[in-house]
Ligand binder design. Structure first.
Ligand code: ZN
Length: 382
């Protein structure tokens, strides 16, 4: 009973606070209540579904989506409106990924183990990283056909063997507009259109030449965004999230286009990856003009980079409000939350593994251990 009174009191106080910050006359118009929207990111998982080091043949607290999944569950429990995205480099880079590509029979219709895990987490969309093209288009496309969420990429185009740019056709869906229902502070539901666009570093053309050459051309991220963002707005996107497999650096270079991307009008959030580092991070990204490591913004745009191998979960908390009939981001705060912390010089896991993800990949995990042991034994005999 006491708890109920406290909860009611808290709600009343919250409403009084909300009304007091709202513009005059907004009180009767409940549609003007602010909405809390939480956006979650994983990136550069590189096949690390399990918290297992196949080379060392041991479990670890340092990485694994089985751990990030628990952070995702916790983050979702705190806020009613959440979205989850992956920013690529998923299908290559460890023994489980290699096992799936060489022995997983994905081309014959088997579900890639990575999606056995990720499908349970209900991602909203994802984009490709450069390494995802490593095993060729056939394998990639068979793999992602098993994902229960859409893939977007805007800067890979079909190679039409002419030298004009304006007639180029996208190789993938450049963006999606997710029609979501969000709940405001009073519990009232509202439709919000969330536009999600994907980009990969154009360097992929060089690094994955074997897979890509002749098939596609990859354009620079910034000019591609300049072309598509206004179109997404025209199509009704209220909020725009860019999934950029590209790093953050103040100097202009092909691998790190997040900084200039942040200057493009209309982008509200940039979820990025590729460099395997964490943003915001005061020690790494200090003294970059326009970068606020406290709020986690780049030229005023909310951003996050969630390390690699699932060692962090990226979280962007937005307050969105309706102004002149359109939703706008009025506040943002980003952070990257770790799966392991150092306390008194000892590493401590912040969460335990999510059992449903462990169960989903158990068979592939065990087969990978066997596959790797046999492979190394063969190598030793030679
Ligand atoms: Zn990577």
């Amino acid at each position: 009973m006491k708890r109920k009174i406290v909860v009611t009191l808290v709600l009343v106080i919250e409403m009084v606070v909300l009304f007091s910050v709202m513009p005059y006359g907004a009180a009767e118009e409940s549609t003007l209540a602010p909405v809390q929207l939480r956006i979650l990111e994983t990136t550069d998982l590189h096949g690390r579904m399990m918290n297992f080091d196949y080379e060392e043949n041991r479990y670890t607290d340092e990485f694994g989506l089985v751990r990030t999944a628990s952070l995702i569950n916790n983050a979702r429990a705190e806020v009613p409106n959440t979205l989850l995205f992956d920013v690529g480099d998923l299908l290559q880079g460890n023994e489980l990924a290699e096992f799936a590509a060489k022995k997983g029979k994905v081309e014959e219709g088997n579900l890639h183990p990575v999606f056995k895990a990720m499908n349970l987490l209900h991602y909203d969309a994802a984009t490709f990283g450069n390494h995802d093209f490593h095993y060729g288009f056939d394998f990639l496309h068979h793999s992602i056909s098993g994902a229960n969420f859409p893939y977007v990429n805007a800067n890979i185009f079909i190679n039409d063997y002419n030298n004009t740019d304006f007639d180029d056709v996208n190789f993938y869906e450049p963006y999606v507009i997710l029609r979501k229902k969000v709940v405001d502070a009073f519990g009232i539901k509202h439709p919000v259109n969330i536009g999600v666009i994907g980009f990969v570093t154009p360097k992929v053309m060089q690094w994955e030449k074997k897979s890509l050459e002749g098939m596609v051309k990859v354009k620079d991220i910034v000019s591609t965004a300049e072309y598509f963002i206004p179109r997404m707005k025209e199509e009704g996107a209220d909020i725009i999230i860019a999934l950029a497999h590209s790093g953050l650096d103040a100097t202009k270079n092909e691998q790190d286009e997040v900084y200039p991307l942040s200057k493009i009008e209309g982008i509200d959030v940039i979820l990025f990856g590729h460099r395997h580092v964490v943003f915001p991070d005061q020690s790494r990204f200090k003294n970059i003009e326009g970068v606020d490591n406290k709020a986690g913004t780049i030229n005023g745009v909310a951003g996050v980079e969630a390390g690699s191998w699932g060692n962090y979960l990226g979280i962007v908390d937005l307050i969105i409000e309706q102004q002149e009939g359109r939703w706008r981001v009025t506040q943002s705060k980003s952070k990257a939350v770790p799966i392991v912390k150092t306390i008194k010089k000892k590493k401590k896991a912040t969460v335990s593994s999510d059992k449903s993800i462990v169960d989903a990949v158990r068979e592939d995990h065990e087969k990978t251990i066997e596959y790797y042991q046999k492979k190394t034994a063969r190598k030793k005999r030679k």
